[in-house]
Unconditional design. Structure first.
Ligand code: ZN
Ligand code: ZN
Length: 278
């Protein structure tokens, strides 16, 4: 711990809803740093899951902008921000990409850790009664996992995000249905209303803290770690390169140092090979 470059330092997490709590343990245990959330940040101004504020920048640029705002609104010289995207490709499988960005203005480094994976939450569903709304919400773990109710009416779309109990959800849906609204329920992906997303952010914070504790072998800057993958793992059958990764590229956020870390196993099964399994 005495080797930690962030010992005793404060890191600002750009969040309105307590994401700093997801980073605290890792940043304390691994780096000896404190994580705080600057007061009064409006991170929804960068776009929201409910769609009320459209997202105009890429997820990475959004996360960077949030981290910059946290730096501007705090005394910290380093900041964290996360940005999640959720996409339903085939109507039933939702994919989650979460980016965690770390910006250090003193050492002039920026690091990004990424999670990509399927979400164990259902995509949007239309509902017509409170009873059906509650039954659907409970399949995704409501009320621990939150829901958003989108109501389309002649006077426009309205999104309810803070229905915390089955009774409140049922009453809301029944009332709007009586008023002739068409209603759609989606999972609430905001971290403080989604245990699954919170877990992903917490794991990224662990990875980020461990990476910050890893100095570059060439220049000793913090944050040496995986920056890329190299594809072309040879096929077991014919020896031709496949699309599977052959190695991870580890690199420095400050200088040009890199090295390759080979993946195991050293050969790809022929089913991944365009030649053997076209
Ligand atoms: Zn082959
Ligand atoms: Zn370096």
């Amino acid at each position: 711990m005495t080797a930690s470059p962030y010992l005793g330092e404060v890191v600002a997490f750009a969040t309105m809803h307590g994401k700093e709590r997801l980073a605290r343990e890792a940043f304390h245990d691994v780096l000896g740093a404190r994580v705080l959330a600057p007061a009064g940040l409006d991170t929804d101004a960068f776009g929201s899951f409910s769609g009320e504020v459209p997202r105009t920048r890429s997820p990475l640029d959004t996360a960077r902008a949030k981290a910059r705002l946290a730096l501007a609104r705090s005394n910290a010289s380093a900041a964290l921000a996360s940005e999640g995207s959720f996409r339903s490709d085939f109507g039933w499988l939702t994919r989650h990409q979460e980016l965690l960005v770390f910006v250090d203005d003193v050492r002039r480094i920026e690091l990004v850790e990424v999670f990509t994976g399927p979400v164990d939450l259902p995509p949007a569903r239309d509902v017509t009664t409170g009873e059906r709304a509650v039954a659907f919400a409970e399949t995704m773990g409501f009320p621990r996992q939150g829901v958003m109710v989108h109501a389309d009416r002649a006077q426009g779309t309205e999104v309810a995000k803070d229905l915390r109990t089955p009774t409140a959800l049922a009453e809301h849906v029944d009332r709007l249905a009586r008023e002739g609204a068409s209603l759609t329920i989606t999972p609430d992906y905001r971290a403080h209303r989604s245990p699954a997303r919170s877990d992903v952010i917490r794991r990224l914070c662990v990875r980020m803290a461990e990476r910050l504790a890893t100095p570059c072998p060439a220049c000793a800057a913090p944050g040496y770690g995986r920056t890329d993958v190299r594809r072309g793992l040879p096929c077991q059958g014919c020896g031709e390169p496949t699309e599977l990764p052959i190695a991870d590229v580890h690199g420095c956020a400050s200088c040009d140092a890199t090295h390759l870390v080979p993946r195991t196993p050293p050969l790809a099964e022929p089913r991944w090979c365009d030649g053997c399994n076209p």
